[in-house]
Unconditional design. Structure first.
Length: 114
């Protein structure tokens, strides 16, 4: 069965960094694009980053541009989100998604606070 398992979240101080991972199984990972979303309390889920199946194309939501980097390893069936210069507004649950198939992971909590 399809599984998307996010990890790497936690508590970090403003200005700090985290790297999120999303390990995929149950489908041909190298054939599909992947996305990262986030949802803060009381807010709608928003797109953070997108990466094509080969990794050759990436796009970012406005909040992520210049600070976050999405990448993937098609051998390890894993997509990553490197987040730098984190701000309190980045506090949210972060999800990975297979856009073409509609699969979501369970999410990982990121809290940015001093």
């Amino acid at each position: 069965q399809v599984q998307l398992v996010e990890s790497g979240g936690g508590l970090v101080q403003p200005g700090g960094s985290l790297r999120l991972s999303c390990a995929a199984s149950g489908f041909t990972f190298s054939n599909v694009a992947m996305s990262w979303y986030r949802q803060a309390p009381g807010k709608e889920r928003e797109l953070v980053a997108f990466i094509s199946s080969t990794g050759g194309t990436t796009t970012y939501g406005k909040s992520a541009k210049g600070r976050f980097t999405v990448s993937r390893d098609n051998v390890k069936n894993t997509v990553y989100l490197q987040m730098n210069n984190l701000k309190p507004d980045d506090t949210a649950v972060y999800f990975c998604k297979v856009p073409s198939l509609g699969y979501w992971g369970q999410g990982t909590q990121v809290t940015v606070s001093s």
